[in-house]
Ligand binder design. Structure first.
Ligand SMILES: [Zn+2]
Length: 82
């Protein structure tokens, strides 16, 4: 049983996840990605092999469909709160 390196208390479970994969200004959503997911904090871990395959398929893969995503912008705050 693997423990989460991030929160150090969660257990990693094998799951298929959907990844918002970005490189540069491009965004591709990749489904059915095998990952280990922390049951506490939700942190995801991908193997080196999976990361490599995601990068490759994001660039060269056949696009299943084009989806629309909403874009919002956080309003500028008047105070100096960052
Ligand atoms: Zn965790």
């Amino acid at each position: 049983m693997e423990t989460c390196y991030f929160c150090r208390k969660g257990i990693l479970e094998d799951k298929k996840v959907t990844v918002d994969f970005r490189w540069g200004t491009q965004l591709v959503v990749i489904e059915e990605v095998p990952a280990k997911v922390c049951n506490e904090c939700g942190e995801r871990y991908y193997s080196a092999e999976v990361s490599r395959r995601m990068e490759k398929i994001a660039i060269e893969g056949k696009k299943e469909k084009i989806i629309e995503v909403p874009l919002v912008r956080l309003p500028v705050m008047s105070s100096s709160v960052v």
